[in-house]
Ligand binder design. Structure first.
Ligand code: IVH
Length: 671
């Protein structure tokens, strides 16, 4: 074998292995960068030696030519549907019926989540993917090979050597909820209509003539059975078949379980239903299958569904109800959120009477009217949403939803930033809704975590004029609290103790608690570890804020704007005067200030840490960091590949050290 040929083989095998580890096993073996590097190298080799390109190469997933039309595919074995069960009683009847037929009393079932996506059939000839098809009407589907190839979870070649000459694998194409939300955010920001739910989005993505579009959609294939087989022997039960499918390269559900008897199956249903919100894909029930293939064969089919399987359905995650009206709420940062008031409806396991309409754009996109029949979706732990107005059921002229012109709380004028969907009240310092929101945020668990001071108490304090901003909290007395309605002496003491107790805090918490727009916990942590010192953050320029991990121009300008307001700087001053002190969290503790008074510059590539981390470490040692070398620079920390900064430092006679020197210094400081 020539050496490019060998390298291509090795790279392809390695990329396949990494892809399986990532997609099938959720346990990556390589970083994204390593993967991309290997893929780039493979592309290079293939460009230089086109005759060595194989159809199953990881580079050959996305074709570049759209189809003119779909061709139809006849399924060798029909793709069936399932009978439904809605209760434990239905399951009991299902088991009895089948057990009687088999002359048994208890049956062994394989239970697995019923994935709410689109069915797909994949055909492998000698281990190579030759065709993918939709279910269609069960007998005839559409050829979607060009689209299936783009999905990383569809193996182009099966793993191992132990597969039949002809093997049809069936499963469900889904979009994980988190990816679905990201996908819809992207649609919205490019002015495209949102997808109603992950299933519709998956179906639409599979029915593209251009595979380049499908390739951008976060589709995942999860195998659940084998169809047509020729020339090979497969396991004798459904559960073993699932393990086999996983072995040859398919992602399968990790939640599958083999149980004996319908009661155990119903207990499985309860467990899955309880976890439903945390499972990363939408599931609409549990499929319960007789596990043994001989028993399946003996039981057979009725019309279009097998006798040996049943779908135990869950409460729907989408329902139809009536939009009664729309309220407008003012959030902590002034954004006005339209909230739909609904005729109460049972959806996703709870009764829902409110749903978010997000913003004015969303109202326009949905073109929803007061009195409309609407589809409400509640899935995962996200707030219920209106995903569609059923305009074909609209009778007569219904009023449009009118967005207010002024703040519903303080009556100030509303504004809308260019490039932003939110319409907001800019009167942040004097708008009661925003003031209350800021207080609620400040005491919340992930912020200052002031237990015993809840929303009701805060509103009471605010309405009585005892507290109008967060610093006022620290002036409260037990007597003031005890004098409030429904507040005993004991709870007053407890609340004051909790407020006192919050004074010793950590910098990231404090930063987060200030409620700066777009500064969530992660950003607050990044700011604290980058700057170490609050004063540095308060005086940082937009440019230096942008040097922090994950801080872009928008967040940087929010932070900068926040601290350039006198009111906010005063507020921080009052909090410090009240006795607030903070330390860095354990993982960010300050080291001995052995670099106090020195200015450092970091350049080149470091091994043990990134340049950002090195900068933070220098600051934790009391030093300052700068982005460029000048006469004021005391030390340049230079790794391999250092360029102009190194030559400048040399010409200025600045002290230059390498990473080893730096690590020694660090070890000293940690003593
Ligand atoms: S078994 C004859 N297992 O549900 C057996 N189907 O209503 C039918 N589905 O079109 C397939 N998750 O696309 C099976 N774990 C699962 C499933 C599942 C979802 C879909 C499948 C089928 C529909 C039947």
């Amino acid at each position: 074998m020539s050496s490019p040929e060998r390298e291509i083989k090795e790279l392809s095998a390695r990329l396949d292995r990494w892809s399986l580890a990532y997609h099938r096993d959720d346990s990556p073996l390589a970083s994204d960068a390593e993967y991309d590097r290997a893929l780039r190298r493979l592309r290079e080799l293939e460009t230089a030696h086109p005759h060595l390109i194989s159809r199953t190469s990881p580079t050959q997933r996305v074709g570049d030519k759209p189809l003119d039309q779909f061709t139809s595919v006849r399924h060798t074995l029909p793709m069936l549907s399932l009978d439904n069960a809605f209760s434990g009683d239905d399951l009991e009847a299902f088991e009895q019926r089948n057990a009687n037929k088999l002359g048994l009393s208890v049956l062994r079932f394989c239970c697995e989540p019923k994935l709410d996506g689109v069915a797909m059939s994949l055909l492998y000839e000698d281990g190579v993917l030759v065709r993918a098809a939709t279910r269609g009407d069960g007998t005839t589907g559409e050829d979607i090979t060009h689209n299936a190839r783009t999905m990383e979870t569809v193996p182009l070649r099966l793993q191992g050597g132990d597969y039949p000459t002809m093997l049809e694998v069936r499963g469900e194409v889904v979009i994980p909820r988190a990816a679905f939300h990201r996908m819809n955010e992207k649609q919205a920001s490019s002015g495209e209509p949102a997808f109603q739910n992950p299933r519709n989005a998956a179906a639409g993505s599979l029915r593209q003539l251009d595979p380049r579009i499908t390739a951008t959609r976060p589709l995942v294939f999860m195998a659940y059975s084998v169809g047509h087989v020729e020339g090979g022997i497969l396991p004798g039960s459904h559960s073993e078949t699932l393990s086999y499918l996983s072995r040859i390269g398919f992602k399968t559900s990790k939640l599958t379980q083999v149980v004996d008897g319908w009661q155990a199956a119903e207990a499985f249903v309860d467990r899955i239903l309880e976890q439903r919100d945390e499972i990363e894909v939408d599931i609409d029930g549990v499929v319960i299958k007789v596990n043994d293939f001989e028993q399946q064969l003996a039981l057979g089919f009725v019309s279009r569904a097998p006798r040996w399987a049943i779908a135990r359905k869950f409460p729907a995650q989408e329902e139809v109800t009536t939009l009664l009206g729309v309220d407008f709420q003012v959030g902590r940062t002034g954004a006005i959120t339209p909230v739909a008031r609904l005729q109460p409806v049972f959806v996703g396991g709870v009764t829902v009477s409110n749903a978010t309409l997000h913003n004015a754009d969303e109202i326009a996109r949905l073109d929803v009217r007061i009195g409309d029949q609407v589809i409400v979706r509640r899935a995962g732990d996200v707030i219920p949403q209106i995903v569609k107005a059923l305009d074909d059921r609209r009778e007569g002229d219904l009023p449009k939803v009118a967005f207010p012109q002024e703040c519903p709380d303080c009556r100030d004028a509303l504004t809308r930033d260019l490039n932003e969907a939110a319409i907001r009240c800019e009167n942040s310092l004097a708008c009661p809704a925003q003031q209350k929101g800021a207080l609620e945020h400040f005491v919340s668990r992930k912020a200052m975590d002031i237990d015993g001071v809840g929303e009701k108490l805060l509103h009471q304090l605010f309405d009585q004029g005892l507290v109008s901003d967060i610093a006022d909290l620290y002036d409260l007395t037990v007597e003031q609290l005890a004098a409030l309605d429904r507040m005993g002496h004991k709870s007053a003491v407890k609340a004051i103790e909790a407020i006192e107790g919050s004074k010793a805090t950590e910098l990231p918490r404090f930063l987060y608690a200030l409620g700066i727009r777009e500064v969530g916990e992660a950003t607050a942590r990044a700011l604290a570890s980058h700057f170490v010192d609050l004063g540095m953050i308060m005086t940082a320029s937009r440019e230096s804020l942008e040097e922090v991990n994950d801080v872009g121009p928008v967040v940087a300008s929010h932070i900068h704007r926040f601290f350039s307001r006198d009111m906010n700087r005063e507020l921080v001053g009052r909090l410090i005067d009240a006795g607030l002190v903070w330390s860095l969290p354990k993982e960010q503790v300050a080291l001995k200030a052995i670099l106090a008074g020195q200015t450092w510059v970091v350049t080149g590539k470091l091994e043990a840490m990134s340049r950002d981390e090195a900068g933070a470490t220098i600051r934790r040692l009391g030093g300052q960091t700068a982005g460029s070398v000048s006469k004021k620079t005391d030390v340049l920390l230079a790794g391999p590949g250092a360029g102009s900064k190194l030559s400048k430092a040399e010409s200025l006679g600045v002290k230059i050290i390498d990473e080893d020197d730096f690590m020694r210094l660090l070890a000293e400081a940690e003593l």
